[in-house]
Design a binder for this molecule. Structure first.
Ligand SMILES: [Zn+2]
Length: 146
């Protein structure tokens, strides 16, 4: 139990800081000493340690940061694992889509080839029809005018 005079700036967060009511010396004592009678090291009188003021020392007791960090770290790790899973899924989907695209490209090229064949046939048919129409104009009588 600390009864020695204390620099408040150096006191632990779990200490009660109070002044001796007799000599006004600044004293610090562990929180567990609240309500106890202690002897002032300066004036030698018995002093009762006050209860810590609410919102003073008690709420300043820091939560162990390592525990918080470990939990946050674990949560982050879980999130990262999920993201990696999602990324792998996306990559697989992309691979599948690229495979489909390649397959479709081959199919489209094939269809394009067939369309070209049809187009060439149509061109030939149109040419034949135009030739037939020209022959008919030459040999046939001009259409009667009304
Ligand atoms: Zn004193």
């Amino acid at each position: 139990m600390t009864e020695t005079p204390h620099d408040p700036k150096l006191a632990a967060a779990t200490d009660i800081i109070f002044n001796c009511p007799f000599c006004n010396k600044s004293l610090a004592i562990d929180l567990r000493g609240a309500g106890l009678m202690v002897t002032c090291p300066d004036c030698g009188r018995d002093v009762q340690v006050p209860a810590p003021a609410p919102g003073d020392t008690l709420e300043e007791v820091p939560t162990p940061p390592m525990t918080v960090s470990a939990e946050a770290l674990a949560a982050a790790h879980t999130k990262i694992e999920r993201l990696v899973d999602s990324l792998e899924e996306i990559r697989e989907r992309r691979r599948y889509l690229e495979h489909l695209r390649t397959e479709n490209m081959a199919r489209f090229q094939q269809i394009g080839g067939e369309v070209e064949v049809i187009q060439n046939s149509l061109d030939r048919i149109v040419g034949l029809l135009q030739a037939a129409a020209a022959d008919e104009k030459k040999s046939g009588e001009p259409p009667p005018e009304s």
